[in-house]
Design a protein around this ligand. Structure first.
Ligand SMILES: [Zn+2]
Length: 240
């Protein structure tokens, strides 16, 4: 069926066309990037990223079903700004740069996992229709696509859509109180046994707050036979 392009589609097309003609710019301050600069951020914005220091902010107590949790940043300043734009301001083009920040911690996890499987936290289909892309799935795609040579030849196993699906359309966690965030319906997610059995699953998401979303997903993954479940997100925010 022929679809009539919406204003949003046309605007996206325009943005993509412009980005092909103009030199790459910093995704945070929009300054033009030198060709030698790594994907996405200028050196000044790179410096302002709030890296998570485990000495000043210890790792939170893990929820029951998660085996480990990792994130490069705290959810504040430049990191918060980039994640909010990536998620809510129609900026899927941020994905390669944001995914690159997850690379060191992903590499460390891959060494530990015997049978890794990368999956994004899924969006409910109704939310996906509205947002048009799942930001966590874009991160997984770019982590796999831009993997360094040794991993590329072995291919990082991943599953974008069918291993874990969201069956209940819950409110975004950010819009709930800390207490409400901990109470997710038990069957928010469904995991497919065939896809996950005996795997060491690495779930990718943008933010970790109480860990209740990731824990609900991990519970179903383990019920379906996953050997271990690790969470890797862009940022950690301490629940208020
Ligand atoms: Zn910048």
């Amino acid at each position: 069926m022929l679809q009539i392009p919406t204003l949003r589609n046309l605007n996206n097309l325009y943005q993509r066309a412009v980005s092909l003609i103009l030199p790459p710019t910093c995704i945070s301050c929009q300054d033009v990037l030198a060709p030698t600069e790594p994907l996405g951020l200028c050196p000044t914005c790179w410096q302002t990223l709030p890296r998570w220091n485990l000495e000043t902010t210890p790792t939170p107590r893990l929820p029951q079903h998660l085996d480990s949790f990792h994130a490069p940043f705290l959810y504040e300043g430049t990191a918060r700004d980039l994640i909010l734009q990536f998620k809510f301001a129609d900026k899927p083009e941020f994905a390669p740069a944001l995914a690159s920040f997850l690379r060191p911690q992903l590499d460390a996890l891959l060494i530990k996992c015997e049978k890794p499987l990368l999956i994004p936290v899924p969006l409910h289909p109704a939310r996906l229709r509205k947002r048009l892309y799942n930001q966590a799935a874009l991160l997984v795609q770019h982590l796999v696509k831009n993997a360094p040579a040794p991993q590329k030849t072995e291919k990082i196993p991943y599953n974008l859509t069918s291993a874990l699906i969201k069956v209940v359309n819950t409110k975004p966690q950010g819009q709930k109180s800390a207490k409400a965030r901990q109470k997710l319906p038990k069957l928010t997610f469904f995991a497919h046994e065939l896809a996950v059995i005996d795997h060491d699953v690495i779930i990718i998401d943008d933010i970790y707050t109480t860990g209740s979303t990731l824990n609900a997903a991990a519970a179903q993954l383990k019920k379906a036979g996953a050997k271990s479940v690790h969470a890797l997100t862009l940022a950690y925010t301490q629940p208020s």
